[in-house]
Write a protein of this length. Structure first.
Lengths: 760, 171
């Protein structure tokens, strides 16, 4: 259950919305509780073949040759593909709309070329008449590998002596290209003020090092893709993805096809958290389909998901802060190195942006590094790189609070960022609600109630995520019964059909239930960027508002025609159209549209960055108990406070916070990619990669603080990502209070906690 | 290739007959042969519960049962939970409590929770958390799922006094 605290909204006061802030049942709900909703793996097509992928058993190996002949001879096998079946990538650099990528890297992660760069790296694909035959055929493919020494640790990979993954990777060092190849792909820097001068002013300087391992998003639905390359040269792909349009771009780029030849139909998606943005199976299924002339469906098993898809980077973070006796922080310096995995391009810059973003610090220097290692190519994971960055900054601030004799929330109040505060990367905040989250945490019964008992501790931590805007499209068509059919381009991972439909309904003055939302494919709705960056309710919602305004304009014109007045003489309020004594509700007018000009639809494609994205802040409080005999940590109580801007559907906002906090708890206490010295992941199953279960947790209490984002008509801020940022630091701080030792490495599993207790 | 073998069992109250290979799991029989895709594959080794079905009154991971093992037995899947187009109280409460986000684990949770309520009509929060520990959800943090199950139990048992929950912390 959540409590809500609202600051005065920008346009409308509390209670003035009719739809926004209510909790309607989601439109796709019945299909999802009855098993009728169709996810990617549920697709059946006539003549369907089944594909599987052969993966490298080595973390680093040269591929001398691949012999597919025996596999092809197995009855039921229809085709085998390797990297040789793909168009040559050359040295092209492609713009995917969310940054550029070397085509060779993009293709190289789909099927390995000259080298396998991680265990689980795809090497070949097979299509057969059944999944079992396809799996059997994998064993008949003979690959001649020359194993090479792997490099598995971010700092070791940065050493000049480290084995090189790519002989054509030259460090982009602050814009200058290095002269010899290296595993360091990129070095960026943010600088504000003069840290040297800042540290001179400090009464005390604190410096600590932190390490985190790779962790996986852990969505329950494995990756899947079905492709049909038709005889007319058109390719159709059905897949569970966070973005049909990004799949289209990637597939067209890899296969070097005109984008109009590729149609992507997004199926229901069983979780993504950033991991279902890159393509893996789609291009392989496409080429297998081209070879066989039949549709090909490919599914990953769980081990393939762990070993062959993109987790979030492991990291090494060194952080230094200088503070005055008052607790005011005067300088901060951070060095962040992130594992990109086998190919360059981790979201390391997000960690740089977020590490001290909640604080107003005069002097800041941040260096960040993107480093390749022999592990899977990383992908986004909920506020990518921000959680490991916050572990460092929020633990250090806790230490400074203790030294300064201050309450941990008060020291954050003292240093907290507000409107106008400039971050090290240059951006100045518009209206933000960080201080309001601290106030709400301070006032919460959880924080006021003393925590008693041995080996128990309470910790707090805050977090920031910048949230994304990007591009979205919505089409709305008025039906004669007064309902509106709405097509939007954002795959719905967590109830966003409804949060978008509610915004459309609010503008039109109709009920949420009177909107019929659906997610469109790439041929049926305007361009829409991925479901990611906490952007959908904000940006696609903004598109829905604009589409609704378009509908409203058209409806006004129709009413004007009906009443034989000028359109500007028609007034609209809460879905009622009026002119003098004439008045029609939206529904009544919808029924008359054929008498006054025909059906009405509205459309909008927006770049939501233009309306100003509101950053998100959260402050979490956790109580826990450590078992001194085993080191096991039990979460006793958890409260997550977050500035959500405006909660469109509060239940799903709470759900985002509870889910994000829980992923953070898992990351803090158990989850990690555990590798042996040869680079083999030792825990690639759900049993061994231990995500939180219902038994591990209490209820997660939420407080929705509403400080409206200035740019959005309803004040919406993205809410999905920031809740994963504070938990590991909050838990580390609580463990310190429970056992008197600060842990600087994730996960804080029983072994590490016990070692800390024994080493006191 | 292994030979197809005849299999008959009672599925959601009706007898079905089909041919399957001995290596086919019950999950494959349901999804690939019968086209009942409500049961999901999340791990194929019994770790996640997305494929839960009720076999002779007990919850099982259908990915870990061979199809041929259910000969002459009774299987209830998510497709059999709603009756005559009417949602089961669990399904209704999952919707009201927003106890699903992506929805992929939802069929497994509802099937497992149905078996819970059949064996323990008025579970405590701890009972529900223990029973459902074999079902992984990565989206919700379980809070709303547990509330939905406890609320559904109030409906199915007719005992409307709410049970105490750990909102505000474990004691």
């Amino acid at each position: 259950m959540s409590t809500m605290k609202s600051a005065p909204p920008s346009s409308k006061g509390k209670g003035e919305y009719r739809v926004i802030g209510t909790r309607p049942i989601r439109h796709d709900g019945v299909d999802k509780v009855t098993g009728r909703a169709l996810y990617g793996a549920d697709l059946q097509l006539t003549g369907l073949l089944h594909g599987r992928v052969l993966r490298s058993p080595h973390a680093h190996a040269r591929i001398r040759s691949i012999d597919i002949q025996k596999a092809l001879q197995l009855p039921g096998v229809k085709a085998v593909v390797t990297a040789a079946d793909f168009p040559p990538a050359g040295d092209k650099v492609e713009d995917l709309g969310e940054g550029t990528v070397k085509l060779r890297d993009l293709c190289g992660n789909i099927l390995a070329g000259e080298k396998a760069l991680y265990r689980g790296h795809a090497v070949a694909g097979v299509a057969a008449t059944s999944p079992h035959i396809a799996a059997q055929a994998l064993g008949l493919i003979s690959v001649d590998y020359e194993p090479l020494p792997p490099v598995l640790d971010v700092r070791k990979a940065m050493s000049p002596e480290a084995p090189l993954l790519h002989d054509d990777l030259f460090t982009d060092d602050l814009g200058e290209q290095a002269s010899s190849p290296s595993n360091i792909a990129k070095h960026l820097r943010h600088e504000k003020g003069d840290v040297g001068e800042g540290f001179k002013k400090a009464d005390k300087i604190f410096e600590r090092e932190f390490e985190t391992a790779m962790v996986h998003q852990g969505y329950i639905e494995p990756h899947n893709a079905t492709a049909h390359w038709n005889a007319d040269g058109n390719l159709t792909i059905w897949t569970s993805t966070q973005g049909a349009f990004t799949v289209r771009t990637q597939v067209a780029t890899i296969l070097q096809l005109p984008i109009s030849r590729v149609k992507v139909i997004p199926m229901e998606i069983g979780g993504g958290f950033g991991g279902k943005i890159p393509v893996y199976l789609e291009p392989v299924a496409a080429v297998l389909s081209r070879k066989t002339g039949r549709p090909v469906k490919m599914l990953m098993d769980r081990t393939e998901v762990f070993e062959g898809t993109g987790p979030t980077p492991g990291s090494y973070v060194k952080i230094k802060m200088g503070a005055l006796k008052s607790g005011r922080i005067v300088a901060a310096e951070a060095y962040l190195a992130y594992e990109a995995g086998a190919f360059a391009g981790s979201p390391f810059f997000c960690g740089m942006m977020c590490i001290v973003a909640p604080y107003d610090i005069e002097n800041i220097l941040i260096d960040g590094y993107d480093v390749v290692v022999n592990k899977p190519k990383t992908a986004a994971y909920r506020a990518p790189c921000a959680t490991s960055a916050a572990l460092a900054s929020e633990t250090l601030i806790d230490e400074i609070a203790e030294w300064a004799g201050q309450d941990p929330l008060s020291i954050r109040q003292l240093n907290g960022a507000k409107e106008g505060t400039r971050r090290a990367d240059g951006l100045a905040y518009s209206r933000i609600g960080f201080l309001e989250t601290l106030d709400a945490a301070q006032a919460h019964p959880h924080y006021k109630e003393p925590l008693k008992g041995p080996y128990r501790g309470r910790g707090v931590a805050s977090g920031f995520w910048f949230n994304c805007g990007l591009r979205s499209s919505v089409t709305a068509s008025v039906n004669p019964d007064g309902t509106v059919s709405m097509i939007e381009g954002s795959p719905d991972i967590g109830g966003t059909r409804t949060s978008i439909a509610m915004q459309l309904a609010e503008v039109l003055g109709i009920a949420a239930e009177d909107v019929r939302p659906q997610v469109g494919d790439t041929d049926s709705v305007g361009y829409t960027d991925v479901t990611g960056g906490s952007r959908v309710t904000f940006a696609t919602g903004y598109a829905a508002i604009q589409a609704a305004r378009d509908v409203e304009q058209n409806m006004k014109q129709r009413a004007a025609t009906l009443w034989e007045v000028a359109p500007d003489q028609v007034q609209v309020s809460e879905g009622v159209y009026r002119n003098g004594k004439n008045s029609l509700t939206f529904k009544e007018l919808a029924a008359k549209l054929n008498d006054c000009g025909g059906p009405v639809s509205g459309q909008a494609t927006v770049n939501a960055d233009e309306c100003g994205v509101g950053g998100g802040f959260a402050t979490h409080i956790v109580d826990l108990e450590v078992d001194p005999d085993t080191g096991k940590v039990t979460i006793l109580r958890y409260t997550a406070v977050q500035d959500v801007g405006k909660a469109i559907h509060p239940s799903y906002v709470e759900g985002q916070i509870q889910g994000g906090a829980t992923q953070g708890i898992g990351w803090a206490l158990n989850e990690e990619y555990y590798y042996d010295e040869k680079g083999r992941m030792a825990n690639s199953s759900f049993l061994d990669y231990r995500m939180p279960t219902a038994l591990d947790l209490p209820m997660i209490d939420t407080v929705l603080v509403e400080v409206p984002a200035p740019g959005h008509p309803f004040g919406v801020r993205g809410v999905g990502e920031v809740p994963i940022v504070p938990p590991p630091a909050a838990i580390a701080n609580a463990i310190y209070r429970a056992i008197g030792v600060r842990l600087h490495r994730l996960p804080m599993n029983p072994g590490r906690v016990l070692a800390a207790i024994l080493g006191r | 290739m292994a030979k197809n073998t005849q299999l008959s069992f009672v599925l959601n109250g009706e007898e079905v007959q089909l041919l399957c290979e001995p290596r086919h799991s019950l999950l494959e029989v349901l999804r690939d042969i019968l086209g009942l895709t409500g049961s999901k594959e999340g791990c194929n080794n019994g770790n996640c519960g997305a494929c839960n079905v009720i076999l002779d009154g007990k919850v099982v991971n259908s990915c870990c049962v061979f199809g041929l093992e259910v000969q002459d037995r009774e299987v209830t899947t998510i497709e059999g939970v709603a009756t005559n187009g009417e949602l089961h109280p669990l399904q209704q409460k999952f919707l009201e409590h927003a106890a699903l986000q992506c929805g992929i684990c939802t069929p497994g949770f509802i099937v497992a929770a149905k078996a819970l309520l059949e064996s323990n009509p008025r579970p405590t929060e701890a009972d529900a958390r223990l029973w459902l520990a074999g079902n992984l959800c990565r989206c919700t943090g379980y809070d709303k799922i547990i509330r939905a199950v406890l609320d559904a139990a109030a409906v199915t048992s007719g005992e409307v006094t709410p049970v105490e929950v750990t909102a505000g912390g474990r004691k």
